[in-house]
Design a protein around this ligand. Sequence first.
Ligand code: DC
Length: 231
Amino acid sequence: MSDNASAVVLAIDGPGGAGKGTVSRLIAERLGWHLLDSGALYRLTAQAALKHGVALDDEPALARLAESLDVAFIAEGGETRVMLEGDDVSAAIRTETMGECASQVAALPTVRQGLLARQRDFQKPPGLVADGRDMGTVVFPTAPLKIFLTASAEERARRRHLQLQEAGVDASLPSLLKDIQSRDARDMQRAVAPLKPADDAVELDTTELSIPDVVDHIQRLLEDRSLIASI
Ligand code: DC
């Protein structure tokens, strides 16, 4: 087995707004591991489609785009800049609209297939934190620790609302809740790689937990399984 293939993978899956992104980034920073934000790849595919005038139901063209995406993730002072074909799209891919478009392209089997090898390339020593919907079920099925993070839809909408308010964006809580519920439904009901916990995943409901509590809890699980040294 190559060094890369034997590097430890921590798979963190769950619905949008459960805290996966923040938790994954903090754990990767704490351990000095690589980070895969797989949702960004689906958002980038949707962004590339928009840029090149590809319809969101043109599966063959979207699959070609996914496979040949020209992207770069550039770490810069605690932030990661996301580049598409040389343009900084860090903010553009994070809008609610792009999240919705990403969810549509993510339902297409050949798009998912087109992004598979690229995701697996992130597995490298000293380890990888992989954040997504199907990290533990499809992309890294042999990951030695799989976490499924959840929180009630109401709590996730409240968190998103707060985040948008902090960014100076006006949004209505009821419409955010509706969007979250419809995106959950699409992500859970799609035929390929639906959002669901792997059989061997540890489920963690973060509705009542703070981000540092969740990070500490996952760190203890990694220690208990001897995947990292106890501190
Ligand atoms: O995590 P996110 O909001 O950036 O993800 C955007 C969309 O991409 C989301 O609706 C689900 C989809 N997605 C997916 O299907 N599989 C992944 N591994 C990650 C995201």
